[in-house]
Design a protein around this ligand. Structure first.
Ligand code: M6R
Length: 611
């Protein structure tokens, strides 16, 4: 939540910062601001998108070689100009940008008010910068020391950058619980929430660890622990390509990402599925293979779309590897008193690798001795680093807030995991395994085929774009797909949608069905097909408007449904990878037709780094 970017070097800072903020806008976009250090310390900020800030800066003097910027997703205080970052200290000699939440801000604020500090915003961040100022005053110390001491007093999560008018060529950054990466160029440095604002300038980066403070000064980067012990930065070479974070001719990132799926699914199995040799590999589980084989239970923790991928994994692992699986919302898991033992494996699924609820669930499971396996997309992310082992999904950067290619990549990796576990545990025959390997290998081509439905689905979207409610039904492997379809629609089009197991409909939701209710039924040819056909009859009898996702060649459902989209046939356990595609396209087109901001839906942010 919130994106931060900062620059210190020989170039103009402001254009670099603004470009970086555009790249980070997926993290929050209700207000944005910059602070520029050029003898003066000037802060400019505006409610709205980064483009609103840009317009506001048009006639301002933004000349500076040092600066920082922020794009906000509000936690404390409504989105407005005053609550936007950066925030000045009372003297306006220090400014800060912050991603995270300071939990003890109220007590600190009270104390600082007694000391004469004046607050203008409702934010916790303004408390942070005044705390730094107060500590510096009380101790007559350097800014660096004041930041260090302030970090001992704040409780919560932060990635901060601090500039001071009294330290004209210096930038201080620190993190705990919120992501931060530093780019190292030729005589220049970049700080950002992720690497996307950095990659066109340098591919050498350092991921800052929790409780570390980075001081950039005199062309040098100095990293210390909160206890002031010098740390040796580990410089990594980024593999990110600039193309992968641009729209590449598509109108929206979401559409680009939907259409990237044949490739991203292939990338997620690259080196893991070796069809010719008949091998399945997953480097990440090698050291924990026996743990997996002997696991008494697998607990999956995740949020949102990743949780839906977790539900698919429950079906897969129980089906293929015969290990009991529980799928938990990370946010709930943390706040009850779950029974976890050392023989449990916890699989944490997260696209961003920064979701605070999932991270907290991992910490809890770790404290009880469970082995933690991560399935993350973002390399080097907090969750990837907090787990004992894991497998990256390799879907490439996902920028649209609505998760699409990350979901199919997660399901692919989890399918491979279930197959490997089934093989090692002897719960799947060689013939069945071979069949699945062949079919998994065919999935990218089948997804490609499903994407050809685009125009057909656009026409359906035209018809339903103004309805207030949608129902999504599926059974078995298609139940999580129904949930995912409903989530996609509500988050980007603001239409109320519910996903249900098709058979559960008669226990309540059926009361909603009348001639105005569109019901999307995912009814591919699988073991529950006949039952789903009966469920469709039940909807039809109540005049519901049926949009059915069926297997190519189906002749039964087209006679019953008002609209039918056909997806290629595949094995039952792989069907979510194909059946989800039309649902992603449907939500996309409906949202576009309603004039919604598809890539940046209201109230949402790409990674939710607050609990
Ligand atoms: O980065 P994560 O996968 O941990 O994110 C989890 C959810 O916040 C995320 O899937 C969210 O539900 C998406 N907006 C869904 O499209």
């Amino acid at each position: 939540m919130c994106g931060i970017v900062a620059y210190l070097g020989h170039r103009e800072a402001c254009p670099i910062i603004l470009k970086g903020l555009h790249r980070l806008e997926y993290r929050g976009y209700d207000s944005a601001g910059v602070a520029l250090l050029n003898g003066e310390l000037n802060v400019f900020k505006k409610k709205g998108k980064v483009s609103d800030l840009e317009a506001y800066l048009k006639d301002k003097n933004v000349h500076a070689n040092v600066g920082m910027g922020h794009t906000r997703w509000a936690t404390h205080g409504e989105p407005n100009d005053v609550n936007a970052h950066p925030h000045y200290s009372t003297s306006e000699r220090i400014a800060i940008i912050h991603n995270g939440i300071i939990e003890n801000y109220a007590a600190l604020k009270k104390h600082l008010e007694h000391q004469g500090h004046v607050f203008h915003s409702d934010t916790d961040t303004e408390v942070f910068v005044n705390l730094i100022e107060e500590i510096q005053k009380q101790n007559s110390c350097s800014l660096e020391e004041a930041v260090r001491l302030a970090l001992h007093e704040v409780i919560g999560a932060y990635a901060i950058v601090v500039l001071s008018k009294d330290a004209p060529n210096q930038l201080i950054a620190a993190r705990k619980g919120s992501p931060m990466v530093i780019g190292i160029g030729e005589g220049e440095f970049f700080v950002a929430s992720d690497a996307t604002p950095i990659i066109e300038y340098t591919n050498e980066v350092v991921y800052v660890n929790d409780y570390e403070i980075a001081v950039i000064r005199d062309g040098k980067l100095d990293i210390r622990s909160k206890e002031d012990v010098v740390q040796t930065p580990y410089i990594q070479k980024l593999e990110l390509e600039l193309d992968s974070i641009e729209k590449g001719g598509y109108e929206h990132f979401m559409l680009k990402e939907i259409f990237e799926q044949p490739r991203s699914i292939l990338d997620s199995m690259r080196g893991r599925l070796e069809l010719e040799a008949g091998h399945l590999n997953m480097g990440g589980i090698r050291a924990y293979e026996q743990k997996f084989v002997n696991a008494q239970r697998i607990i999956i923790v995740a949020c949102g779309t990743s949780w839906h991928a977790g539900l698919v994994a429950e079906y897969l692992i129980e089906d293929l590897a015969r290990i009991p699986v529980e799928v938990e919302y990370a946010s709930e898991f943390r706040y009850r008193n779950p029974v976890i033992t050392e023989r449990d494996i916890v699989i944490a699924i997260s696209q961003s690798g920064e979701t605070a609820d999932t991270l907290a669930a991992i910490e809890l499971a770790k404290s009880k001795g469970a082995t933690i396996f991560g399935v993350c997309n973002v390399v080097g992310s907090s969750i990837a680093r907090a787990t004992d082992a894991g497998a990256y999904t390799h879907a490439g950067p996902e920028i649209g807030v609505a998760s699409t290619k990350a979901f199919t990549a997660q399901v692919t990796v989890l399918t491979l995991l279930a197959m490997i576990m089934g093989q090692k545990r002897g719960t799947i025959t060689d013939t069945k395994l071979r069949e699945l390997m062949v079919e998994l290998n065919n999935i990218p081509a089948k997804v490609e085929k499903a994407l050809e439905l685009d125009l057909e689905i656009q026409a359906i979207a035209e018809i339903f774009k103004d309805v207030p409610n949608f129902l999504y039904l599926g059974r078995g492997y298609n139940f999580p797909v129904a949930l995912e379809g409903a989530l996609k629609l509500k988050e980007i089009s603001y239409i109320h949608a519910e996903g249900y197991p098709a058979a559960e409909m008669k226990h309540g939701p059926i009361a909603l069905i009348d001639e105005n209710m569109p019901v999307v039924v995912i009814a591919t040819k699988d073991s529950s097909y006949e039952k789903v056909v009966s469920n469709i009859q039940e909807v039809k009898a109540r005049k519901g408007r049926i949009i059915a996702v069926v297997t190519e060649g189906d002749t039964v459902i087209p006679a019953m449904a008002e609209f039918v989209v056909e997806v290629p046939p595949t094995s039952e356990v792989l069907v979510p990878l194909v059946s989800v595609i039309p649902l992603q396209l449907l939500s996309y087109h409906i949202a576009v037709l309603r004039g919604c901001n598809v890539d940046q839906p209201r109230n949402l942010a790409k990674s939710v780094t607050v609990e």
